[in-house]
Design a protein around this ligand. Sequence first.
Ligand code: G16
Ligand code: MG
Length: 218
Amino acid sequence: KQKAFIFDLDGVIVDTAKYHYLAWKKIADSLGFEFTHEHNELLKGVSRVRSLEIILGVGNIKATQEQKDKWLVEKNEDYLNYITNMEADEILPGVEVVLQWLKNNGQRIALGSASKNARPILEKVGILHYFEAIVDGNDVTNAKPDPEVFLRAAELLGAVAKDSIVFEDSVAGIQAANIANMVSVGIGSRAILHEAQYNFNDFTEIATDFLQTLVNQQ
Ligand code: G16
Ligand code: MG
């Protein structure tokens, strides 16, 4: 049976969270408050604009829209500098084995990400060719946990929700998949992603038996 396999990007395919963190931290530093790795957890799967709001909340900073727009541009320029040299060795462990198995077994693959920089990242690390559809931060109006991004991806692959499987590392993303009535697979800590239907620490834990089970599921 042909299913739709939808992958989140950051935290699932590549670990770009560290670059987002460095770029946001620079802004926090310039404003004179601490932005920790714990704070950074709050930004997972969250849009750029919403991320800035959260950060300004952490620093208890009020600003005009004009100033906010400047920081958004600054942050993204900094982030683009970090990702410009990304290569295949930054693909998270086990990801390519899974993508290749799905391709070899006639399954359809899409990206469902909040990032507006998704496409160049897939290109840089050399796995763009696996994806038949890309839905990212440029295409959707409602952020996760709204299911829009995954519903669009499934639609582009010609699959109904119950034949769609979502791999996600964020709570909001798992919720979005569940709301869409898709199969949700959490990548990361079970303690955090307990709403996921299935959970693995990373893709090296995902055996082809499990993928075959997903494919066979009614
Ligand atoms: C990613 C990250 C978020 C980031 C968002 C927007 O989402 O998890 O931390 O804020 O993209 O990224 P950009 O500033 O590049 O548009 P995802 O859905 O791929 O995990
Ligand atoms: Mg993510």
